[in-house]
Design a protein around this ligand. Structure first.
Ligand code: FAD
Ligand code: SF4
Ligand code: SF4
Ligand code: SF4
Length: 406
C-alpha cells in the first residue's frame, strides 16, 4: 500500500479490512483523518490492499442506468421532514428496509459527539443516523460488519458519502451486492474529526457546561436554507448561531485533501440512490418548498433503486424533474480547497483550535480587519461609481471617452 500523496486516500478503510494478515492499521493525522499504515514485518506483498482501493482505481458503475432519473421529494409527514436535513428521503427508504427485517447503516454519534458509522435494526436506532454531520465519520470495522450481515442473508441499506459507498461496493463484490442497497449523498467535503472534537470542548469551556445535544444545521429555528448550528447544554443553556465551525467549513480550509480531487462529483454515482438538498427547486417545482422546511433531490441510479423508490413513493410527495435543471456544483466538480489548507493544518497541529479560529475563522482581529477593509473598499467603489454617474449626466459618455483620449 503506497500513497504518493494524501489526496490519493479518502480514508474508507477497505485496504485495512481486506488484509488477512492484520498488516494495515488506520492511523489519524493531526486533523484526525485516518490513513493506512503498513506494518512491513506482517506484510506478505499479496497486493490485495492496492486492488481493493476504489478511490485510486475506477469505481463500479456497471449497474447504472444510462442517466439518473431525478425527482423532487418531500416526506408526507412534516414531523419526519423536521427531524431530517432535507426532505426526509433517507427515512422513507430506510423505513422500507427496516419494515422488511433489514438493517441500516449510517453516520451517528458515539462518545462525546464523535461521528462514526453505526448499525441500526430499529427505527429508533435509525433516527440517530438522520441529519447531516459535517465531519468525516469513522468507518473502522464497518465494511467487515456489513459483509457479515450480507453473508448472513440480511438485506442491508448502507448510507454515506459516495467514497464510502464506492468502497463498500467493491469490498463486498457482485454476488453479495444483490442484497445491498447503497445510498450516497451529494458531498461538499468533510472536515477533520479532531476539529469537531476540539470545537465541542471549546464551546463547553466557554459555557462552563456539558453539551447534551448538538445539531450541525438546525432548521427548526432558522429554516432549511440557513446554515446555523445549535447546541443544548446540561443546565439549560442554548447556543444557536452561525458559528466559526460553519464559517471555516465554507472556506474549504479544513477538508480532507482527497475532497479537492474527489472522483464522485458527477452524475456517474456509485450507489442505487443519491440524496441531496434540492438547491434551485424553485425553477423545477415552484411552490413545492414555500415553507422552507426542506426539499430533497433524489437521483435514481439503478434498476434496484427505481423498484424501491416506486415502492416507497406513497409516503412522499414526488415530482419528476429535469436532471440538467437539478445539477448543483458538487454534482459537476469537486469543491476547490482553500490554498491556505496546508498552512491551516500545520497551524492547527502546532497551536490548536483557538489559534486557527482566530486566524482563519470569524473571530479575532484579523477577521475584524479583513471585514473593515472589505467594507471600506465597497464604500470607496460605490463612491467612485456615484461620481462617475454624476459626471456622465453633465458630460455625455462620448465626451468622457474624448477626454480620456486627450
Ligand atoms: C459532509 C456532508 C456534505 C454534504 N454536502 C452536500 C452538498 O454539497 N449538497 C447537497 O445538496 N447536499 C449535501 N449533503 C447532503 C444533505 O445535507 C443531506 O444529507 C441529504 O440530502 C439527505 O437528507 P435527508 O433529509 O434525506 O436525510 P437525513 O435524515 O438528513 O439523513 C442523513 C444521511 O446522511 C448520512 N450522513 C450524515 N452525516 C454523514 C457523514 N458525516 N458521513 C457520511 N454520511 C453522513 C447519513 O448516514 C444519512 O444517510 C451533505 C451531507 C454531508 C454529511
Ligand atoms: S482510499 Fe481506502 S482503500 Fe484506498 S488507500 Fe485509502 S483507506 Fe485504503
Ligand atoms: S500487500 Fe497484502 S499482506 Fe501486505 S498489507 Fe497489503 S493486503 Fe496486507
Ligand atoms: S468530497 Fe469526495 S472524497 Fe471527500 S468525503 Fe465527499 S465523497 Fe469522499
Amino acid at each position: 500500500m503506497y500513497l504518493k500523496n494524501k489526496a490519493d486516500c479518502c480514508g474508507c478503510t477497505a485496504c485495512s479490512s481486506v488484509c488477512q494478515h492484520d498488516a494495515i492499521i488506520m492511523q489519524p493525522d493531526a486533523m484526525g483523518f485516518l490513513y493506512p499504515v503498513v506494518d512491513k514485518s506482517k506484510c506478505i506483498n499479496c497486493g490485495l490492499c492496492e486492488k481493493i482501493c476504489a478511490f485510486k482505481n475506477n469505481y463500479d458503475t456497471s449497474l447504472n442506468l444510462s442517466a439518473p432519473a431525478a425527482y423532487a421529494a418531500r416526506h408526507k409527514e412534516m414531523a419526519e421532514i423536521m427531524k431530517s436535513r432535507s426532505g426526509a428521503a433517507f427515512v422513507a427508504i430506510s423505513d422500507y428496509v427496516l419494515e422488511r427485517g433489514g438493517v441500516v447503516y449510517g453516520a451517528g454519534y458515539t462518545e462525546h459527539f464523535r461521528v462514526v458509522h453505526k448499525r441500526a435494526l430499529t427505527k429508533k436506532q435509525r433516527d440517530e443516523l438522520r441529519g447531516s454531520k459535517y465531519v468525516q465519520s469513522d468507518m473502522r470495522g464497518v465494511l467487515l460488519q456489513v459483509k457479515q450481515d450480507l453473508i448472513d442473508g440480511l438485506q442491508v441499506l448502507f448510507s454515506g458519502t459516495p467514497c464510502q459507498t464506492a468502497s463498500l461496493n467493491k469490498f463486498v463484490g457482485p454476488r453479495l451486492r444483490e442484497k445491498l442497497i447503497l445510498v450516497d449523498i451529494v458531498c461538499h467535503g468533510v472536515p477533520g474529526p479532531y476539529l469537531w472534537r476540539d470545537y465541542i470542548s471549546y464551546l463547553e469551556r466557554m459555557h462552563g457546561d456539558k453539551i447534551t445535544e448538538a445539531s450541525f444545521r438546525d432548521k427548526k429555528w432558522f429554516g432549511w436554507t440557513a446554515h446555523h448550528e445549535s447546541f443544548k447544554f446540561k443546565h439549560g443553556g442554548i447556543e444557536r448561531r452561525k458559528t466559526t465551525y460553519t464559517f471555516m467549513f465554507y472556506r474549504h480550509i479544513m477538508f480532507r485533501p482527497s475532497c479537492g480531487e474527489c472522483h464522485f462529483c458527477n452524475i456517474k454515482r456509485p450507489s442505487d440512490f443519491t440524496l441531496a438538498d434540492f438547491w434551485g427547486w424553485e425553477k423545477s417545482v415552484p411552490g413545492f418548498n414555500n415553507d422552507d422546511k426542506g426539499c430533497s433531490l433524489v437521483l435514481i441510479n439503478t434498476v434496484k433503486g427505481k423498484n424501491i423508490f416506486d415502492a416507497v413513493s406513497d409516503c412522499m410527495d414526488v415530482i419528476p424533474v429535469q436532471l440538467d435543471k437539478a445539477l448543483q456544483p458538487n454534482l459537476m466538480r469537486p469543491s476547490v480547497l482553500s490554498p491556505l489548507s496546508a498552512r491551516f493544518s500545520e497551524d492547527y497541529a502546532k497551536r490548536g483550535l483557538t489559534y486557527v479560529m482566530k486566524r482563519y475563522g470569524n473571530i479575532g482581529w484579523r477577521y475584524k480587519l479583513r471585514t473593515l477593509c472589505a467594507k471600506s473598499l465597497r464604500k470607496i467603489k460605490s463612491g467612485i461609481k456615484k461620481v462617475y454617474q454624476s459626471i456622465s449626466c453633465i458630460i455625455p459618455v462620448g465626451r468622457i471617452k474624448d477626454i480620456k483620449l486627450l
